[in-house]
Structures are given as structure tokens and as C-alpha cells.
Ligand binder design. Structure first.
Ligand code: NAD
Length: 496
């Protein structure tokens, strides 16, 4: 068993009880209130962080507003924005192990995986966005202006930074989700107030230190730690915010979307999912089973685009399910600091209870638990679980569980697979496992989801837009699509 030793810098960061960054100041909450953070692998308290008040959030937004309107940042050239983002990515690379250990302690995920995936993807993404900073273009247009037929005009379209961004993120990929907001915001010249998830603010606070070290002007990036109900809501309602960008549950996202519409605040919503994994009869069944297992069990199933519904063509259903159950049964559960562990704990006792309720619901309704179906502590562990003999309309098939629980259903043909895959309120991702090129190309346009993977699942790249159809959200992150979401278009017409 190879237990990672914590870096002295990791222990020191946690022991010093990190504070929030508002403008240039590292501060406690205005009323001195704090909230405890827990290590999900043990249930023990890690440290406390400030519980931001409405006033704290208002001060952070004001700092971001002033930085956007009046500071040197508002005159920063694209090349400087590119270089700053690249510098920030370099600092994250230097501190990659520390960031990964914080993510492990705070979220429960494997430190080794966090370093290779979460932190590295965040770094790669910032470098990708640094490239866009120098490539944001408007266009010039030859116009007619029918009402003034005798006049000449010069006309062009500018793409301008949207302004102050209020970013609210979930706890499953705390650093990566924050960087998905920060990257396009800083590339385009916006300023940001980030509200990390209640449970997982540590890497956001470390990120704020690195933003300062990189040399960003004060107020460009602010972090307020606190609850959704107070700090998140205060950010959502603040009239000085120009754009809200939210990653989290569909229920909260819908509320934020309604509030944003009231004030016409720009809004991007990255919400829940219930993504299908479709295994066609001609697929390489061994890799399909391994891929389907990883699609649901990676990050303890706490992935928005996790392949949580498995559809297998009937004649291979039992074999594929047995293979996945075999993989699940062989998985070692434990602390994310142990590199030999395959699956860590869920984020909290509350999430463990929620996932457990779904498993009980399946059992009570007569479904078969093909493997797993157990929970244990200390820490918030649930064994990787596969459930069969379940109806497509069952809550376990229709609702997002957000844990290591796979529901599996057989299908008869391509049309049946498409019908089942699309029978969901969500539309974030889907994977097709097949070697039949024609069938795959017939299916891709008919699947109602923002991403379709073929012979892989949840494979992300900074250049590919990511986001949802239907209840999985509004807008896209990553790719040039993100730049579009952090900018406004301004049409200019000059009468000559
Ligand atoms: P959540 O909606 O409970 O919380 C997300 C964030 O919103 C947290 O920071 C929370 O403090 C804040 N919040 C809560 N109530 C709020 C309110 N009334 N006003 C403003 N902010 C509020 O979600 P969660 O349980 O933290 O995350 C899990 C969900 O996130 C899942 O549904 C998952 O699918 C989704 N998710 C989506 C993506 C994506 O890219 N589509 C990525 C990761 C997670």
C-alpha cells in the first residue's frame, strides 16, 4: 500500500485556516462566522473557512466592478492577458502536487488521479484559453442602410468582454470547474467573483494565491467561501454582476436562470446529467465493459456526464453486465491518499445517504442488485453498484443519482437504443460502443446530448465545447464557444 505523504505546504495551508480574497485583502467573514470542512475519507474535520455574509459578497463584487471599470486591467492588452494566463498555468504546474493533495483531502478523490486529471486538465485548459486572448476578433461589414441611400458608412462589429462574472461551482471537480470559468473570463478581460462549493473551497483559495502571485491586478479575481443559500444567492442577485456562470444541480440552476432573466444578466448553466452508454452487438465487448465501468465509477460516479444508464443489445446483455460487475467487485475502496485504491468516498454523509436511498428504492421495487449495494464507514463509502431488472421509467433510471450506481437495461435494435437513450430529461453526454461506422453515424445526429463519444466516454478536450441539451443546461464551456459566452457584440456604424 503506497500512502502519499502530505507535502509540508499542504499541511501548512490547511493549518493556517485559509481566508477569502476580496480585492487585495485576505479576509475573514464580516461577522467572523466560519464553516467546517471535512475529510470525506475519515469524516474528520480538516479546518474551517469563512462563511461569507451578503456584505462580503457585495464587497467582492464591488472590487471586481472597480477592477473591470477603472483599473489598469481594463486597459490590459491581449498579449498581457495571454502571458498572465500562461504564468498562472505555470504556477499551477509548479504546485500541481499540492493542489492535488488539497483536492484529495477536501473532496475524497484520489490524489494521484487528481494530479494527472483534474489539475493537469485545468492547466491545459488555461493554456488553451491563453491562446484565445490574442485571437478575439470582430469584423468589418459593408452595409446598405436603406433609409439613407445616399450616404457612405464605415461599419464594424466589436467583441467586448462581458464585464463582472459571478461564478458558482459544484464540489465534484472543484479546481477544474473553477478554471473552466476563470480561463475564458481572464482571456477576454472580465473580472471574477468565484463562490466555490460549500464543501470544497480549498483549491479555489489556493488558486487565488496563485492568481496574486502571477501578477493579476487586485480585484480581478475574488473568492468568497460560504453557503449557496447566502453567498451564492447574494452573488446571483447582485445588480453589479454582468454575467452568471453556474455549475451544479438542475434544481438550483433553474432558480439562478430565472433570477438572471429578471435582470437580463447573461447566464451560462452547466447542470445535471443521466448519460447513456450504448453497447451495440458488434462492439468490442471487453473494452465496452471496461469503458462502461469507468464511465460510471470514475470519481465515485460523481461526474455530471457519468455513464449512469447502460443499454446493451440483448444477446450480449448478461455477459457485459457480468463483466462490469466483475470489475466493480475487484475495486479497492479507501482513502484517495493510497495510490492502490480504485475508488474513494463520496463527498459527504449527506451524499452517501442520498445514494443509499436510491439503492434501497431499487431493492424495494424488486430490481436486482448485480453487485455492490453496500455502504460503510468511517468516511462516506458506497460500493460500486450495478442494478438490473429495472424499468426505464423507474426513478433510478430517470433521476440523477450522482454516485457509483449503474442501471442496466437491454435493447433490441438501433431504433430501440435511440429511443431509450433519448428518454431522459437530461442531455449532457452519451457514448456509443460499436465498430459499425454507418450505424454510429446514423445514431450521432439522433442523440439529444451536447457530447457524443464513440468507443470512449467522458473524454474531454479544451478545444471541444461542453454543455447540455434539455435539462442539462444552457450554453457551452470550453472551445471558442466559451469565448463567445464571455463577450458581447457591439455593432458600430460611422456615417462618413
Ligand atoms: P448544487 O446545485 O447543490 O450546488 C452547486 C453550487 O451552487 C454550490 O456552490 C452551492 O453552494 C451553490 N448554491 C446552492 N444553492 C444556491 C442558491 N440558492 N443560489 C446560488 N447558489 C447556490 O450542486 P452540487 O450538489 O454541488 O453538485 C452536483 C450537481 O452538479 C450535479 O447535478 C452535477 O451533475 C452537476 N454538475 C454539472 C456539471 C456540468 O458541467 N454540466 C459539472 C459538474 C457538476
Amino acid at each position: 500500500m503506497a500512502i502519499a505523504t502530505l507535502l509540508p505546504a499542504t499541511t501548512a495551508f490547511i493549518q493556517r485556516a485559509p481566508r477569502m480574497l476580496i480585492g487585495a485583502e485576505w479576509v475573514e467573514a464580516a461577522d467572523g462566522q466560519t464553516m467546517p470542512l471535512h475529510n470525506p475519507a475519515t469524516g474528520e474535520q480538516l479546518c474551517v473557512v469563512p462563511r461569507a455574509t451578503v456584505d462580503d459578497v457585495d464587497r467582492a463584487v464591488l472590487a471586481a466592478r472597480q477592477a473591470f471599470d477603472d483599473s489598469p486591467w481594463s486597459r490590459t492588452r491581449p498579449r498581457e492577458r495571454q502571458n498572465l494566463l500562461w504564468k498562472l498555468a505555470d504556477l499551477m504546474q509548479r504546485d500541481a502536487e499540492l493542489l492535488a493533495q488539497l483536492e484529495c483531502l477536501n473532496n475524497g478523490k484520489s490524489a494521484a488521479v487528481a494530479q494527472a486529471m483534474d489539475v493537469q486538465l485545468a492547466i491545459d485548459f488555461l493554456r488553451y484559453m491563453a491562446g484565445w486572448a490574442t485571437k478575439i476578433e470582430g469584423s468589418s461589414v459593408e452595409v446598405s442602410v436603406p433609409l439613407m441611400p445616399d450616404q457612405q458608412f464605415h461599419s464594424f462589429i466589436r467583441r467586448e468582454a462581458v464585464g463582472v462574472v459571478g461564478a458558482i461551482v459544484a464540489w465534484n471537480f472543484p479546481l477544474l470547474l473553477a478554471c473552466w470559468k476563470l480561463g475564458p473570463a481572464l482571456a477576454t478581460g472580465c473580472t471574477v467573483v468565484l463562490k466555490p462549493a460549500d464543501e470544497t473551497p480549498l483549491t479555489a483559495l489556493k488558486l487565488a494565491e496563485l492568481v496574486q502571485e502571477a501578477g493579476y491586478p487586485d480585484g480581478v479575481f475574488n473568492v468568497v467561501t460560504g453557503t449557496g443559500i447566502t453567498a451564492g444567492a447574494a452573488l446571483t442577485h447582485n445588480p453589479r454582476v454582468d454575467k452568471l456562470t453556474f455549475t451544479g444541480s438542475t434544481a438550483v440552476g433553474k432558480e439562478i436562470g430565472k433570477i438572471a432573466m429578471d435582470s437580463m444578466t447573461r447566464v451560462t448553466l452547466e447542470l445535471g446529467g443521466k448519460s447513456p452508454t450504448i453497447v451495440m452487438a458488434d462492439a468490442d465487448l471487453g473494452s465496452a465493459a471496461a469503458g462502461a465501468a469507468s464511465a460510471i465509477f470514475f470519481n465515485q460516479g460523481q461526474v455530471c456526464c457519468a455513464g449512469s444508464r447502460l443499454y446493451v443489445q440483448r444477446k450480449h446483455f448478461d455477459n457485459v453486465v457480468a463483466d462490469i460487475a466483475g470489475i466493480a467487485n475487484a475495486m479497492k475502496l479507501g482513502s484517495g491518499l493510497d495510490a492502490s485504491v480504485d475508488m474513494g468516498p463520496l463527498i459527504s454523509a449527506r451524499q452517501q445517504e442520498r445514494v443509499w436511498r436510491y439503492i434501497e428504492m431499487g431493492r424495494d421495487s424488486g430490481a436486482t442488485i448485480a453487485c455492490g449495494g453496500e455502504r460503510f464507514g468511517p468516511g462516506y463509502f458506497v460500493k460500486p453498484t450495478v442494478i438490473v431488472d429495472i424499468d426505464q421509467q423507474h426513478s433510478l433510471v430517470q433521476e440523477e443519482i450522482f454516485g457509483p450506481v449503474l442501471v442496466a437495461i437491454p435493447f433490441d435494435d438501433e431504433a430501440d437504443a435511440l429511443r431509450l437513450a433519448n428518454d431522459s430529461p437530461y442531455g449532457l453526454g452519451a457514448s456509443i460502443w460499436s465498430n459499425d461506422l454507418a450505424a454510429v453515424h446514423r445514431m450521432i445526429p439522433r442523440i439529444k446530448s451536447g457530447s457524443v463519444w464513440v468507443n470512449c466516454h467522458s473524454a474531454l478536450d479544451p478545444a471541444l465545447p461542453f454543455g447540455g441539451y434539455k435539462m442539462s443546461g444552457v450554453g457551452r464551456e470550453m472551445g471558442y464557444a466559451a469565448i463567445e459566452h464571455y463577450t458581447e457584440l457591439k455593432s458600430v456604424l460611422i456615417k462618413l
